[in-house]
Ligand binder design. Structure first.
Ligand code: PLP
Length: 404
């Protein structure tokens, strides 16, 4: 008789976005004339830039001709893409990452979720609270956590690292030593960043204890300030203790195209065993590569033209973030993030719960955001707004909030 992986039963329902959708559609049904502004979405809205579209057209034509047709991509990704990534994302920033330490994939979510497979089930994970839920849930599915404690709203046998306004949403080093440490900067949902000296402390801690840092840099392209590392490999010794995930989704609007990559340095070991061959084996066994045309599209964002176009898009989103966060601060709200990230993390007023504030904004000014408590108990009392909408809607939303 077939049985199921019972770890899946430990997962908590992902009610956040479905509850938001239900509440919004109920409100629209009652108020069909309502002009709702959605600042909750975590998806980009700007179209792909011309350099990417040109590369797509060109590579689609190649696929239609017998002499340039491409079938399966090489396991680690095409060299033309891995070489340009190594040069522009790492060498240009002084990081010594080789092209064959880069594994091209269909995005950071798949890789952040799958990376735990190459580690033992007895590893203890540490995650930030609040957190992007993929890190926890993928470990729950694998059986690396205990049961869910409804009272604490946390899984047992997981080290939770509180990220609060007091610590600038950068966690303190815990007393209990975890084996796998998930860090994400610039952060979703708080929009916070980690300074290089702070990240170096985590690298030193991991090196001292034989832990591995799983560093999600999906929002790296939004960094505007100088002392913020773009890669964990800017820290000394990180190649011996860290894996890094990158994504083309928010950098260049590839959420629908799908492209990302993971860096596993050759020297990286866990318990004396090299990790690179394990991930190479996993990649080769379970994955057949990002499409040729998408890898060509990815290559295009590294040309001078592509880079300028992508930077302009990001500048547009960051301008929305500025409009939203300055507008909220001007209206007396306590606001974080939005400078090096597309996320604005605001404190709810008058001690309101995250969901009460959601209802309040929807009813009073027809604005939709994301309740912070949906990202973990540490997000209670906070609310996330995103800068991925249009400039016009960002301005209109702020005008409405200022009228409250
Ligand atoms: N990592 C973080 C922190 C994210 O917020 C997201 C998407 O929202 C991802 C990874 C997923 O990236 P991708 O689209 O490359 O799978």
């Amino acid at each position: 008789m077939a049985t199921i992986n019972r770890n899946y039963l430990k997962l908590q329902g992902s009610y956040l976005f479905s509850t938001i959708a239900k509440k919004v559609s109920a409100y629209s049904a009652e108020h069909p004339e309502a002009d709702i502004i959605r600042l909750g979405i975590g998806d980009v809205t700007k179209p792909l830039c011309p350099a990417v579209i040109d590369a797509l057209h060109k590579s689609v034509d190649e696929m239609g001709s017998a002499d340039s047709f491409k079938g399966y991509a090489p396991d680690l990704g095409y060299e033309f893409l891995r070489n340009v990534i190594a040069e522009k994302d790492f060498h240009d920033r002084g990081c010594d990452i080789a092209a064959d330490e880069i594994f091209v994939s269909d995005g950071a979510k798949s890789d952040c979720g799958a990376i735990q497979e190459i580690f033992g089930l007895d590893n203890k994970i540490a995650v930030c609270d609040p957190v992007y839920p993929v890190y926890v849930d993928s470990n729950v599915m694998a059986g690396r956590t205990g049961e869910y404690d409804k009272g604490l709203q946390r899984f047992k046998d997981v080290v939770y690292l509180p990220c609060t306004r007091d610590n600038g949403f950068v966690p303190e080093i815990p007393e209990e030593v975890p084996d796998l440490i998930y860090l994400c900067y610039p952060n979703n949902p708080t929009g916070a960043v980690i300074k290089k000296v702070e990240l170096q402390k985590w690298v030193d801690f991991a090196l001292k204890n034989g832990s591995i840092i799983l560093y999600d840099a999906a929002y790296e392209a939004f960094i505007t300030e100088g002392d913020v590392p773009h890669s964990i490999y800017e820290c000394e010794g990180a190649k011996a203790c860290a894996i890094e995930f990158r994504s083309f989704s928010k950098t260049a609007g590839f959420t629908g195209l799908r492209l990302g990559y993971t860096v596993i340095p050759k020297e990286l070991k866990a318990g004396g065993e090299e990790l690179w061959p394990l991930w190479a084996r996993r990649h080769g066994t379970r994955y057949n590569g990002a499409p040729y045309i998408v890898q060509r599209a990815g290559e295009a964002i590294y040309t001078d033209e592509g880079r300028a176009q992508v930077r302009e898009q990001i500048a547009g989103y960051l301008e929305n973030a500025r409009i939203i966060s300055e507008g909220l601060s001007g209206a007396g709200y306590e606001v974080y993030g939005g400078v090096n990230a597309p996320y604005i993390w605001m404190k709810t007023p008058d001690g309101m719960s995250s969901w009460d504030f959601f209802d309040y904004l929807l009813e009073k000014v027809q604005i939709v955001g994301t309740p912070g408590s949906g990202f973990g108990p540490g997000g209670e009392g906070y609310f996330r707004l995103t800068a991925f909408g249009s400039r016009e809607n960002s301005l209109r939303a702020i005008e409405r909030i200022q009228r409250l």
